[in-house]
Structure formats: structure tokens, C-alpha cells
Design a protein around this ligand. Structure first.
Ligand SMILES: *Cc1c(COP(=O)(O)O)cnc(C)c1O
Length: 397
């Protein structure tokens, strides 16, 4: 029987046979797992060598039962064969890229990608003889070379929430023999299931919506078992595994993921509509708005538009800082996807130099508002007060 997302989220970990018949998966805090005798060791090694994954563990860097339960749940949510859990989103991304690519290969980053992913690709991959270029979604066909092995894309992007047609990109990449890797941290499996659109590998920073409570760091890779086997092997060698406690928190987060993300979709949509109608706001970036350049693509591919809204103030850098300082509910910081609302003025993190900021493509007056699970009426009241008396005027286009 086909189960719906809420059921998969609660039961996808699939374990109700833990110690003491516990209803929830225990946190198995053991670095090492033992064997009753040498026959069991021989059997374990033989099954591993045959690629037949035994339900037995030996050493924590290669996995533990709590991690397996979280991985099962993540694989089920994204409709993948398998999932691998990592110590952070960056660990998932770096381990995946270092496994997929070798010296002489070429990687294409499509659209804007997470700052540290870009840094890893531009500053570190070339040290291993891997060439990296960036391309727009429209320019991808031209950017592909004979040495191109993979295409990495984020949906939606940060902070302008652009939504590329990943289905078309995956089709093109498949025709040209490339792997498509999608960082779907912003969309979550509730709003987008890239594997169903022909994408090969999905990545998540589980630190954001999947964990969902601003209390853990973790990352995930989901895809076909044939592709994940090598990444799993590399994880065991590179060593960036999630701890059993973090694996438990991920599993716990997953259970409420559909409820949380749907509430955040709704709240962000209402916040975006409020902001778009406000005279001190020059521009709102939210794929759920008709004014967003990717509204049509997002409506076709996604079942929700996400919990992050970016907006630009007419008054620029200082007006944005004033609004952030006046807001009383959201915290000021760099994350999103949790129960607490968080705001960030990205320009401030880039550079104190206006020229460098302008070159970054991030507008000085831009605020990224990541809605949490507070009352959306309270969030809007708080914003209305914070925007009071600021310079007004629409962006002239
Ligand atoms: C946060 C983030 C990452 C990195 O994840 P960590 O868990 O912080 O290592 C990667 N991609 C995107 C889109 C992110 O937002």
C-alpha cells in the first residue's frame, strides 16, 4: 500500500524492534560493536565483500543502528534507494564530490550555490586536478565539455530563491552522460523530490529543515544504491559520520518535517504577500509570488514554496539594519529551517567595503527572513512595527 508523506515521515525509520521493545529508536552510544565468535566475523566479512549488507555493525565510523534508522527515513522521504548521513551538510557535499570526480574531470556549478560549496569547488577541487566552472541554467548546454562529469545545482537558491527547471537540466545531463547532483536543502522532500524528476543524487544540509530545531549539524546524500556505495566507502575513510545522538535528532526531526514545512510554507507566503504590499519594501523575492521570475517553474515542480522570504528595502543598508534591530521575534543569525525565526542581512557578512559588496551581487538592503513556527500574525505585527516610518518607494523597473 502506497503511504502518504506524513506516514512515511513518522514510520520511515522502520524500527520497532529496538532494545526493551521501545517505541522509538534508541540512541546507540557505542563506538564499537562486538561479535559472538569468529564464525560471525567470517560471515560478516563475507557478506560485506559480496556487497550484501549485513544487519550487523562493527565500528562506528562505518555506521550504527540509530544512523541506519535515520537513513531509512531520509531515503523513504526522497523516494531514493538509500541515504547516507554525515556530520554536516558540507561533509555530505565534499565527500560526494570527491567520490564522483577524479583528476582531469570537469564540474559545472549551475546558478548560485552555497558559499562554502562554491569555495570548496573553486579553491580545493582544482588542487586535485578537477576543473570547475560556473554556468547559468540557460547556458548549461554550452558549458558542457568532453571532460564534464557532473552538474551541481541548488533549488531554490540562496538568497534570491531562484528555481531552475531541474527536470530539464537532469534530462540534458543524462543525454550527455553526466550526473546531476541537487542540493535540495531549501526545498526539503516535502516541497520537491528531485529523484522523481530524473536527478541522480540529492544532498541536504539536515541542519536546516530536516533537523528543524536549530540544535544539530548533519548532512544527507540520497540516491540509487549503485551510486551511494562508493560514497559510503569514502565516508568510512574520510570519517565525517554523524554521531548517534545527531542521528537520533535527525530521525526525530523527520517525523514532524511535513507538518513543519507546510506550516512554514504557509507562513512565508503570508509574510511575502504582506511585504509586497508595503511601501517601504522595494522588492520581495519569493517563488510563491507571481512577481517572482521563476513562479511558473516553481509552481510546476514544487508542492510548496518554502519558508524563506528575501526582501529589499528602499532605504538600503542602514534601513535594513534598522529593521533587523527593531524586530523583536526573529533571532539575528545565519541559519534557517528551524522552529525559531531567523533574519539575516547578508551584505553585512560579505564585507565592510561597498565595492566588494556590490561585486557580490547581494543587495545592501536585502533581508533574508527565515520563518519559524511562531504565530504568523505575530511575525507580521512585528514586521509592521519594524517597517514603520522607513523611506518609501518602489524600485523603478
Ligand atoms: C547550510 C547549507 C549547507 C551546509 O550545511 P551544513 O550543515 O552547515 O554543513 C549546504 N547547502 C545549503 C543550501 C545550505 O543552506
Amino acid at each position: 500500500m502506497e503511504r502518504r508523506l506524513e506516514t512515511v515521515a513518522v514510520h520511515g525509520g522502520g524500527v520497532r524492534c529496538g532494545a526493551y521493545d521501545a517505541l522509538t529508536m534508541p540512541i546507540v552510544m557505542s563506538s564499537t560493536f562486538t561479535f559472538p565468535d569468529t564464525t560471525a566475523v567470517r560471515e560478516f566479512v563475507a557478506r560485506n565483500a559480496a556487497g550484501d549488507r549485513p544487519e550487523r555493525y562493527d565500528y562506528g565510523r562505518y555506521g550504527n543502528p540509530t544512523q541506519t534508522a535515520a537513513e531509512r527515513a531520509l531515503a523513504a522521504l526522497d523516494n531514493g534507494d538509500r541515504a547516507l548521513l554525515f556530520a554536516s551538510g558540507m561533509a555530505a557535499i565534499t565527500t560526494t564530490l570527491l567520490t564522483l570526480l577524479s583528476a582531469g574531470d570537469h564540474l559545472i556549478l549551475v546558478g548560485g550555490v552555497y558559499r562554502r560549496t562554491r569555495e570548496f569547488a573553486r579553491a580545493h577541487l582544482p588542487r586535485f586536478g578537477i576543473d570547475v566552472t560556473e554556468s547559468s541554467a540557460e547556458g548549461l548546454a554550452v558549458a558542457i565539455r568532453p571532460a564534464t562529469r557532473a552538474v551541481l545545482i541548488e533549488v531554490p537558491t540562496n538568497p534570491y530563491l531562484r528555481v531552475a527547471d531541474v527536470e530539464a537540466i537532469a534530462r540534458l545531463a543524462r543525454q550527455r552522460g553526466l550526473a546531476t547532483v541537487v542540493d535540495a536543502t531549501f526545498s526539503t522532500p516535502v516541497n520537491l523530490r528531485p529523484l522523481d524528476l530524473g536527478v541522480d543524487i540529492v544532498l541536504h544540509s539536515a541542519t536546516k529543515y530536516i533537523g528543524g530545531h536549530n540544535d544539530l549539524l548533519a548532512g544527507a546524500v540520497i540516491g540509487p544504491a549503485s551510486r551511494l556505495a562508493a560514497i559510503e566507502e569514502a565516508r568510512g575513510v574520510f570519517g565525517a559520520v554523524a554521531s548517534p545522538l545527531d542521528a537520533y535528532l535527525v530521525l526525530r526531526g523527520v517525523k514532524t518535517l511535513p507538518l513543519r514545512v507546510r506550516a512554514q510554507n504557509e507562513h512565508a507566503g503570508r509574510l511575502a504577500a504582506f511585504l509586497e504590499a508595503h511601501p517601504a519594501v522595494a522588492r520581495v523575492h519569493y517563488p510563491g509570488l507571481r512577481s517572482h521570475p521563476d513562479h511558473a517553474v516553481a509552481s510546476r515542480l514544487m508542492s510548496g514554496f518554502g519558508g524563506v522570504v528575501s526582501f529589499e528595502l528602499t532605504g538600503g543598508l542602514d534601513a535594513a539594519s534598522t529593521v533587523i534591530d527593531r524586530l523583536t521575534i526573529p533571532a539575528v543569525g545565519p541559519t534557517f529551517g528551524g522552529t525559531e525565526s531567523v533574519v539575516q542581512q547578508q551584505a553585512l557578512f560579505i564585507s565592510p567595503d561597498p565595492v566588494e559588496r556590490a561585486a557580490s551581487g547581494i543587495s545592501d538592503g536585502l533581508i533574508r527572513y527565515a520563518v519559524g513556527l511562531e504565530s504568523v500574525e505575530d511575525l507580521i505585527d512585528d514586521l509592521r512595527s519594524a517597517l514603520c516610518g522607513l523611506p518609501e518607494g518602489r524600485e523603478s523597473e
